[in-house]
Design a protein around this ligand. Structure first.
Ligand SMILES: Cc1ncc(COP(=O)(O)O)c(C=O)c1O
Length: 387
């Protein structure tokens, strides 16, 4: 039997997903399929490594040891065929913190920063909170699959964008960008001298027949113009440990990023973050393989359920991530009505599509990283909400 069927009570652990629905959705005790973490334990090796460190009992200042950098670098080579030198690495607590630090490092107030909606909400927020201007080149949905409108993308770059925030793989849709798409993005960004910040936090959960390619790995020109962000948090469910890494080959850019972190007083990782990260990358591969198989089955379960019981809802083709982007536009209800039905009738918390910017209207995002029985419960509530 798979370990992923085990139901773990997360109440009274200060779980955002399970304990903050009142604050976020206005109602307590909603069935939570919203924020992007999993209801699974990480690989046992991660738990053991942290327990060993706890048993040591002294928690003074720590530095990130070369063995942790080595574990990440080996992972990137093995999993993504990307050769990274440990000297390119800089650490941040979270990827969102790194996004903000990159915006501060590589742009000035009033500069334009490009993104592609619908996209992960903090992309917009970090640009705006840093007093930069959002330039949006929306993705286009063709046959239930997001595509890049390269004419619009080029027009946006012509407005003088300094930085492009790429979400690869794409949250909320789970699109895994192809080599050709990434090459075209790279070619245009190089042409218009726009740096690329590639958020690859979802890069390890990729379904059969698809392949994640780090955009920085595509050419030596690109490797000099890309800042890549990765973390073990989505892959191994370690978001609470707050550990992520930026990979920056270009020394000048790396120094600029380092300077921003120093200014913020960021000097190391949380001790448990770095221990969890090292153990996960060293020993988590077999666990991850099993996880992806389980998620693939969850996904198929949802797709079959929708086909049978809620045929008006379609799911955008998901190639990676544990997030499903459900197209509810055929229900002919407004976003407010949909939200109300889900919360009041279904007692179900899904992320409203409007959070992801233009193009998100009429969609909801469902997190399927939970035991199958919990997916079934969520789907029953979805059906009840819409009956
Ligand atoms: C694309 C993307 N980037 C960053 C994050 C969050 O990263 P962190 O928790 O490390 O700040 C998420 C979480 O869902 C995400 O989807």
């Amino acid at each position: 039997m798979t370990i992923f069927n085990e139901k773990i009570d997360r109440l009274k652990t200060s779980s955002v997903k399970w304990e903050l629905t009142k604050e976020i959705f206005g109602e307590a005790d909603l069935w939570p399929m919203w924020v992007a973490d999993m209801d699974f334990k990480p690989p046992q090796a991660v738990i053991d490594a942290i327990k060993n460190r706890v048993d040591h009992g002294v928690f003074g200042y720590t530095f990130v040891p070369p063995s942790a950098a080595g574990a990440l670098v080996d992972w990137l080579l093995k999993r993504h065929q990307w050769k990274v030198n440990p000297s390119w690495l800089l650490y941040c607590s979270g990827v969102v913190q790194a996004i903000s630090a990159a915006i501060q490092s590589f742009t000035e107030e009033g500069d334009r920063v490009l993104l592609q909606s619908p996209v992960y909400t903090p992309f917009f927020e970090m640009i705006k909170k840093n007093n930069r201007i959002v330039v949006n080149s929306p993705l286009t949905l063709v046959n239930e699959k997001y595509e890049i409108d390269f004419a619009s993308f080029e027009e946006s770059l012509q407005q003088g964008c300094k930085l492009f925030l790429l979400c690869s793989p794409h949250n909320p849709s789970g699109r895994v960008w192809t080599r050709d798409e990434l090459l075209k993005i790279g070619e245009l960004c190089l042409k218009y001298n726009c740096l690329i910040l590639s958020d690859e936090i979802h890069s390890d959960i990729i379904y059969k027949d698809f392949k994640h390619i780090p955009i920085a790995s595509l050419s030596s020109d690109l490797s000099e113009r890309v800042i890549t962000l990765m973390a073990p948090s989505k892959t191994f469910n370690l978001a609470g440990l707050q550990a992520s890494a930026a990979m920056i080959k270009n020394e000048g850019l790396r120094n600029q990023f380092h300077e921003t972190l120093s200014r913020q007083g960021v000097f190391s990782l949380n001790t448990f973050g770095m221990i969890g990260m090292e153990a996960a990358y060293k020993e988590g591969e077999a666990w991850l393989k099993e996880l992806i198989d389980y998620l693939q089955e969850n996904k198929e379960f949802v797709l079959n359920f929708l086909k049978e019981h809620l045929p008006e809802i379609s799911c955008v083709k998901s190639e990676g991530t544990y997030l499903l982007w459900l197209d509810c536009r055929k229900l002919n209800v407004t976003d407010d009505e949909l939200r109300q039905l889900l919360i009041e009738k279904g007692k179900l918390a899904l992320e409203p599509g409007t959070k992801y910017g233009p193009g998100g209207e009429g969609f909801v995002r469902m997190n399927i990283a939970c035991p199958r029985e919990d997916v079934k419960e969520g789907l029953a509530r979805l059906k009840r909400a819409l009956e």
